[in-house]
Design a protein around this ligand. Structure first.
Ligand code: ADP
Ligand code: MG
Length: 239
């Protein structure tokens, strides 16, 4: 099944055109890495998919239904993890996880709590249920953020540089969690600068430059034999 279909998406901020005709599709269970230089529109693309930015033109279908028809409902099918964690600072880990399921989905608290505990086990943080975000390391915070997104049972997970604000020694624990999700066949779009990870985990890699996807191919192709000088020079700089 086609989980996401984007057709000729345009997005500007004032005079600045940030997405300049982006088209792609993502099938159920695919893990897609999005790479490319800073300012190329990667975050804006993810934010547009989940409705945090309004696109100027183009068509966007989530699970086969145009967002023009489904409206907000489409966004409930997606979870997003940001570079800066975005946890609720005054809530415990458990409270962070049950907030949206209870408030947005109307789940019973006990039910949401049981699910939250299961998810915390999955990301290796069972012992942190009652901790506050400030008491956690960056890697732990990001694992909580992932568990929190999963608590809404999304069909699609969007990650925007989930390890970019972490100390190098904490990157691995977060990538491991994402890698496990990839194996569970959750559909994922991951903006990342971790090229080894992108190569291992992704079914396809999108390379973005100046608001366009200039390459949409399998990782072997882009990393071993990049098709353009632009991609080659980017990879040389980053690796
Ligand atoms: P990337 O994630 O690839 O680094 P972004 O999507 O964050 O790129 O940004 C693309 C361009 O859009 C950049 O030039 C950025 O400064 C600009 N931009 C992003 N968000 C906004 C905004 N809310 N208002 C104005 N300009 C923005
Ligand atoms: Mg970005």
């Amino acid at each position: 099944m086609e989980m996401i279909k984007a057709k000729n998406i345009y997005k500007s901020f004032g005079e600045l055109e940030v997405l300049s005709g982006v088209s792609f599709n993502v099938n159920q269970g695919e893990a897609i890495s999005i790479i490319g230089p800073s300012g190329s529109g990667k975050s804006t693309l993810l934010r547009s998919l989940i409705g945090l930015e309004e696109i100027n033109s183009g068509e966007l279908y989530i699970e086969g239904i145009s967002i023009k028809e489904s409206g907000k409902k489409a966004y409930e099918k997606m979870g997003m993890v940001f570079q800066g964690f975005n946890l609720f600072p005054h809530k415990t880990v458990l409270e962070n996880l049950i907030e949206a399921p209870v408030v947005v989905k109307g789940e019973k608290k006990a039910e949401a709590q049981a699910k939250a505990e299961e998810l915390l086990k999955k990301v290796g943080l069972s012992d942190k249920v009652d901790s506050y975000p400030a008491q956690l390391s960056g890697g732990q915070k990001q694992r909580v953020a992932i568990a929190r997104a999963l608590a809404m049972e999304p069909d699609i997970m969007l990650f925007d540089e989930p390890t970019s604000s972490l100390d190098p020694e904490l990157v691995g624990e977060v990538l491991t969690v994402i890698r496990d999700l990839a194996e569970e066949n959750i559909t994922m779009l991951i903006v990342t600068h971790e090229m080894g990870f992108a190569r291992d985990v992704s079914d396809r890699v999108f390379f973005m430059d100046h608001g366009k996807i200039i390459s949409d191919t399998v990782p072997e192709k882009i990393f071993v034999n990049p098709e353009s000088e632009r991609i080659k020079s980017f990879l040389t700089k980053i690796l």
